[in-house]
Write a protein that binds this ligand. Structure first.
Ligand SMILES: Cc1cc2nc3c(=O)[nH]c(=O)nc-3n(C[C@H](O)[C@H](O)[C@H](O)COP(=O)(O)OP(=O)(O)OC[C@H]3O[C@@H](n4cnc5c(N)ncnc54)[C@H](O)[C@@H]3O)c2cc1C
Length: 426
């Protein structure tokens, strides 16, 4: 049974994040949307010290794990079940929700390992986690990214073409290929000494079994930004195509360990799936944050017109507008509760794959519907650039696309409930 009670420490942290959202994000929201690709400086400067603190506390728990002192975690890869709940995950998710209420495009520019960090934590050994994540606690702001998608491999990433070949003379990996639509790719690899976790095959004949993840650090020779995308929404966020041309990486930049006798049987792709278990609730939380922004704004504007919900009214007494507003509230709350459930399971060390897909699917759908309803209920001003409602509607749609599209998450849910394998239900 998952408790939905939120610890006071996390509520306080959430209050601080609310201040950041109100003071460093919302005021710049329109300008950064109009001037795509401009870095959100106020937000980055305000959040970098805070992001460093967050990373320091994550590293402390990894160090505890390494010293065998870690809250009951005792596996060598740090993935074993903890004895007590890990509330830092809930804290992060609450922060994502609040920042996305502020502005999702800017939240995605948080100087933090982000998806790259989730991948390092899901697939790396504790030693690798410490080695790669430590840089996010010092110096200038840094960003993390994760690159799976390729021109011919999105939802079905088993057809991935990017290769990593081991050079026996130098014991280095040589990476070649192209990745597209990579969030924070430029910030991580060109504008800072950050990192990008790149998924590549070490054996193209082995399908998923040949796929491993490799850490490419900022300013590594052979990496180039091929294209910067112009997007419908989240326009403050940096999205690029990356080219890898004979990029040489130290052997230990492959996350996890390699069995020399059976290199392709190392289940490297499970790391990608584990990354999604953590990242899908974060996307859901981000969707819920945008949905709340649209819902609160619409509710306030309707209240100015004298339309205030009376929950004691029966269904047939409600006007069409009141009914829509209630439906917006219900979809928003339902998506948030599903998200908290997926996060709660993670915090308790339980497998949350089904719950993660459920909340991602439901929140993506809810935010798309809620923001469209907001634009509709607000009349012509909802469509105007004077208010942010039209921007939230554009920002919302990405939640149905990245980290597994709506359809792919629906498939995962159906397979899990009906007991079908990937091959049986495609
Ligand atoms: C702004 C943005 C940021 C992104 N950031 C990242 C990132 O940081 N890292 C990264 O690796 N990728 C990123 N992506 C890529 C994103 O994850 C992919 O676009 C997504 O996974 C879909 O893959 P695809 O584009 O190849 O679409 P396709 O797989 O070609 O899908 C096209 C359509 O077909 C549907 N479809 C596909 N297969 C099935 C099926 N079996 N059954 C039913 N329907 C199906 C899909 O749901 C979709 O509607 C980003 C994309 C965008 C737009």
């Amino acid at each position: 049974m998952i408790s939905f009670e939120i610890p006071e420490m996390i509520l306080n942290q959430s209050q601080m994040t609310k201040m950041v959202a109100e003071q460093a994000m919302r005021p710049y929201s329109r300008e950064l949307d109009e001037h795509e690709h401009q870095r959100p400086e106020a937000f980055v400067n305000m959040t970098w010290p805070f992001a460093q603190q967050m990373m320091k506390s994550s590293l402390r728990s990894i160090e505890k794990k390494l010293s065998g002192n870690g809250n009951g975690r005792n596996g060598s890869n740090g993935h074993s079940k903890p004895k007590g709940p890990d509330f830092s995950i809930l804290g992060f998710i609450m922060m994502v929700e609040e920042m996305s209420w502020g502005d999702t495009g800017q939240y995605l520019c948080l100087p933090h390992p982000m998806l790259g960090g989730s991948a390092v934590q899901a697939a790396g050994t504790p030693e690798q986690q410490l080695r790669f994540l430590k840089k996010f606690t010092e110096g200038e702001p840094k960003w993390g990214a994760m690159a799976i998608t390729e021109p011919g491999a999105g939802s079905d990433n088993s057809s991935m073409r990017t290769t990593a070949v081991l050079d026996p003379d130098t014991n280095e990996w040589i990476l070649n290929g192209e990745k597209i639509f990579i969030t924070n790719g430029k910030l991580a690899l060109e504008e800072s000494d950050g990192l990008c976790v790149v998924w590549a095959t070490i054996d193209p004949t082995a399908g998923r079994a040949g796929i491993k993840s490799f850490v490419v650090e900022g300013n590594t020779p052979g990496v180039s930004i091929a294209k910067q995308e112009h997007k419908l929404g989240i326009r403050a966020s940096d999205t690029v195509s990356l080219h890898f041309d004979n990029v040489r990486l130290p052997f230990d930049n492959m996350l996890g360990t390699l069995d020399a006798k059976q290199p392709a049987a190392n289940k490297g792709f499970k790391g990608a799936m584990k990354t999604f278990d953590a990242s899908r609730p974060a996307v859901a939380a981000s969707a819920v944050g945008i949905a709340r922004a649209a819902l609160e704004f619409t509710r306030d504007k309707l209240a100015e017109e004298g339309i205030v919900l009376d929950y004691t009214k029966s269904q047939h007494e409600l006007t069409a507008v009141e009914r829509d507003l209630m439906e917006m509230e219900a979809r928003h709350k339902g998506a948030w509760l599903l998200t908290l459930r997926a996060v709660g399971m993670m915090a308790h060390g339980e497998s949350n794959r089904l719950a993660a897909s459920m909340c991602k699917f439901r929140a993506g759908e809810a935010v798309t519907w809620i923001t469209q309803k907001a634009v509709e209920l607000l009349g012509p001003m909802g469509y105007s650039r004077e208010w942010l409602a039209e921007k939230w509607m554009r920002d919302a749609k990405i939640n149905d696309i990245y980290e597994g599209t709506k359809q792919i998450n629906q498939l995962i849910i159906a397979r899990s409930i009906l007991g079908y394998s990937r091959r049986e239900l495609k």
